[in-house]
Design a protein around this ligand. Structure first.
Ligand code: CAA
Length: 440
């Protein structure tokens, strides 16, 4: 059976930046380390006044098509994943295809276009759709483009404000992929939850603390479900574990949960037993509260052990290096984490060809999904082509007053004249409703 997976990726950050330690923390009267250490974030990306989910997605997709030498006729499917959509009828993929048609010969009339929504997990679901379309043999030799694009903005004053971000990832899904092959097994944890929602509103209504607990609960279920089809997960099976990253501190919690789960009844638990005791077992406690307290104590001790830190530093920390500087990109976030991991391997001369990734996606509302990927021969060349550091370094650093103006503008305050802080450079720009995606 032919292998199917991600052939190439490209990333596009919003062109502005809000520095959390220098600009955000002083304005809030907070210790900067709450953000840099507690949440694990240095800065957030923001869209300039001429950017939105369409332009960022189209810019990422154009880089992808140019780099892979593709024309519209090569693409049979364009799916967009977003939770920042502004159109309840036309999918954002039609707007993005419209942008791309301005710059390529031919058009996408033959391509199936859609929009996927399930909070941040929709990017992974779109990859799944493309994978199934190719595996079913319905692609007629064509490839699929998946674009995950979001402006992850919160109401000013909301606890989530520090975790904002804006950007897009475009992924090419194809047979015999150059980057990673997707494996068949998947695990899910899914439940109807109301901790994070946006019923016809621009900014989410969030119960932040609860959202953290829901993320962890669904992730544990997904891991158990994954093991029920793929067999027990072992620490040494995976080179990296990219998680959905609303902020790196969330991933620290999820990683500890995963570690505890997969090391239970193994030599790793034995090795830790003298130092921090054995993991609490549910059956040894009379009530849930006592058990949960014992688990909390175990986890807190676990995070300080050399054994855990060594695994975390090698397998999880490398996935966070981009997100620390760009914040939450919702649907694109786990795909940014995959890029960060492979970029780390590339920069540290580690050959990960043939090694596995454990990819853990999550969307509020809520659903977690876990699957495995195998790194392919072409990964090195693919990662070498990315210009992530240049894009991140080129962002304009907003003052607080400028940030407030940009934030208002992206809350659809279109009456306000807003200057552009950066100059568009060979990119699609938002030029007013109905004239979207002109190329500058
Ligand atoms: N130095 C070092 N650390 C500090 C500190 C300091 N001076 N001050 C605080 N901290 C630590 C805290 O101890 C805490 O760490 P732990 O959680 O490990 O204990 C961390 O910094 C954050 O501090 P608070 O919990 O006090 O922060 P908060 O309550 O203001 O905000 C939040 C946290 C509620 C998660 C908020 O960021 C939020 O609402 N975010 C949006 C929702 C979200 O991202 N949820 C994640 C799961 S849902 C999801 O993943 C979907 C999605 O993309 C949104």
């Amino acid at each position: 059976m032919t292998s199917v997976g991600i052939d190439a990726v490209e990333l596009w950050t919003g062109n502005l930046k809000l520095d959390l330690a220098e600009t955000f923390a002083p304005e809030k009267g907070d210790d900067p380390e709450k953000y840099t250490k507690g949440l694990g974030l240095r800065a957030s990306s923001f869209p300039d006044s001429y950017e939105d989910i369409v332009t960022m997605g189209a810019n990422a997709a154009k880089r992808l098509m140019d780099r892979k030498g593709l024309e519209p006729d090569d693409i049979g499917r364009i799916d967009v994943a977003t939770e920042s959509s502004f159109d309840n009828s036309k999918p954002i993929s039609t707007y993005i295809a419209g942008c791309l048609e301005q710059v390529y010969e031919g058009d996408f009339h033959h391509a199936n276009k859609g929009e996927r929504k399930f909070a941040c997990i929709a990017g992974t679901q779109s990859i799944d759709d493309a994978y199934n379309w190719i595996r079913a043999g319905r692609n007629r030799g064509r490839k699929a483009i998946v674009v995950a694009t979001d402006t992850a903005l919160y109401e000013r004053g909301d606890a989530g404000e520090a975790t904002q971000g804006a950007g897009a990832v475009a992924l090419l899904i194809d047979e015999d992929p150059d980057l990673v092959e997707l494996t068949m097994e998947q695990g899910y944890g899914s439940a109807d939850e109301t901790d994070f929602l946006k019923p016809n509103q621009q900014f989410p209504s969030v119960d932040g603390k609860r959202s953290v607990q829901v993320y962890l609960a669904r992730m544990r279920e997904a891991l158990e479900d994954y093991e029920s089809v793929a067999g027990d997960v072992h620490l040494e099976d995976f080179a990296y574990a990219p998680f959905h990253t609303p902020f790196p501190g969330m991933v620290r919690k999820a990683a500890a949960l995963a570690y505890r789960h997969v090391t239970r009844d193994t030599e790793h638990e034995e090795a830790l037993a003298e130092e921090i005791g054995r993991q609490p077992r549910r059956e040894s406690f009379d009530d849930d509260a006592e058990y949960e307290e014992a688990v909390r104590e175990y986890m807190s001790a676990l995070k300080d052990t050399d054994q855990y830190r060594e695994w975390y530093d090698a397998t999880v920390d490398p996935t966070l290096s981009i997100s620390r500087d760009v914040g939450n990109w919702y649907t694109a976030s786990v795909h940014v984490a995959r890029i960060a991991a492979l970029k780390y391997a590339y920069e540290n001369d580690r050959d990960v060809t043939g090694e596995s990734l454990l990819v853990a996606s999550y969307g509020s509302g809520a659903q977690a999904e876990i699957h495995g990927e195998t790194v392919q021969d072409g990964w090195h060349e693919e990662i070498a082509e990315l210009n992530v550091d240049e894009q991140v370094a080129a962002r304009y650093d907003l003052s607080w007053a400028e940030y407030e103006e940009v934030h208002d503008r992206h809350n659809h305050d279109m009456d306000k004249e807003l200057e552009e802080f950066t100059t568009p450079n060979e990119e699609f720009v938002f030029d007013g409703w109905g004239r979207m995606g002109e190329r500058k």
